[in-house]
Design a protein around this ligand. Structure first.
Ligand SMILES: NC(=O)c1ccc[n+]([C@@H]2O[C@H](COP(=O)([O-])OP(=O)(O)OC[C@H]3O[C@@H](n4cnc5c(N)ncnc54)[C@H](OP(=O)(O)O)[C@@H]3O)[C@@H](O)[C@H]2O)c1
Length: 306
């Protein structure tokens, strides 16, 4: 099967399309023909070893010293169940599914084998495969951090989302809307139209205005791009308010419940996959180059199969 191999750490050109053996599912596994994956900020971070100082050593220890020991990157997918192991009961051949492999990677490939209890569920019925692949990364991260911030504990919480136009930010807007939050966002003029299209009217454009001078106070401040510190934001927090950032040491934990939330919201028409661009698999170098700019709006999808 065809797969994108990360041959070493470096620029997008280290990615090469190669033929590798198709996985052979075990008794408790399903074999999925991958239709789409998404290229996320996490993927380009691993490919380029894009962290500072001693974290480079930590990353090399975690992911491989000279190159990723799991050479097929990609952590999210949508696809069709092609075969099932003898002990599989939750899926049948032909099911359309989506999910997240997380640190197991492997989704930039024509096939993946997963345990039926992994983070894989039936795709939203009304979603294209491209849309389904765009849901998990930002969606699961946003659900994790907003729940940790206690978004469900207060009715109509006032929330500030900093960096509202990336994969995590656009998801955070929509998860916050689901909780009836009163939402203010910080983004650039380039993202103004997008956040309006997601239903936000309180917008602070960071290229025109310093959000830290705002007179408003919030129950939750969520930095969805990791560009601020708690110190910088603390005077905008109400008493008892919570600050969360994707930029610290806290790492989002993904689970199937989050996938179910995203599926249900999508099926009710309350969630937009927010796709910026779709690239075919053979344009993966270009696609990684685009995500490297850190300017993408929402999600970038990699189409694996037609
Ligand atoms: N801790 C965790 O578990 C976890 C999980 C997932 C992601 N992350 C991290 O979260 C960050 C965001 O991820 P992502 O996938 O959403 O990234 P992304 O989609 O690549 O984010 C790009 C967006 O960020 C906006 N942006 C860039 N600089 C900004 C600034 N100073 N203020 C406001 N907006 C800004 C850009 O818009 P403009 O250019 O128009 O400003 C662009 O729309 C990444 O650093 C990622 O590594 C952490």
């Amino acid at each position: 099967m065809k797969a994108v191999i990360c041959t070493k750490y470096g620029p997008p050109e280290v990615l090469k399309i190669q033929d590798i053996p198709k996985p052979n599912p075990k008794n408790d596994e399903i074999l999925i023909k991958t239709m789409a994956s998404a290229i996320n900020s996490g993927d380009v971070r691993v490919r380029g070893l894009k962290v500072n100082g001693f974290l480079k050593i930590v990353m090399r220890l975690m992911f491989g010293i000279n190159k990723p020991r799991k050479p097929v990157l990609g952590t999210v997918f949508s696809g069709i169940v092609e075969t099932i192991g003898d002990n599989v009961t939750r899926f049948k051949v032909g099911d359309s599914v989506f999910g997240m492999t997380g640190l197991k990677f492997g989704t930039y490939a024509e096939y993946i084998a997963l345990k039926e209890n992994d983070k894989v569920i039936l795709k939203p019925e009304n979603a294209t495969f491209e849309e389904a692949a765009a849901l998990p990364f930002g969606g699961q991260t946003a659900i994790y951090f907003l729940e940790k911030a206690g978004i469900g504990k207060k009715s109509n919480p006032e929330i500030l989302i900093i960096g509202a136009t990336g994969a995590v930010g656009t998801a955070a807007i929509q998860i916050a809307k689901h909780h009836n939050a009163d939402i203010t966002v910080v983004c650039s003029s380039r993202g103004d139209e997008l956040v309006k299209s997601l239903g936000v009217s309180k917008i602070i454009l960071y290229d025109k205005e310093d959000f830290t001078k705002s007179k408003s106070k919030f129950d939750i401040i969520f930095d969805a791009v990791g560009k601020t510190s708690k110190n910088q934001c603390k005077k905008l927090l109400k008493k008892g308010g919570v600050y969360k950032t994707v930029g610290g040491m806290e790492v989002a934990a993904e689970n199937k419940r989050q996938l179910e939330i995203l599926k249900a919201l999508f099926e009710k028409g309350e969630y937009d996959a927010t796709i910026d661009k779709i690239f075919p698999m053979d344009k993966v170098v270009e696609a990684h180059g685009y995500v490297d700019t850190e300017r993408k709006k929402g999600n970038v999808v990699l189409r694996i199969s037609e």
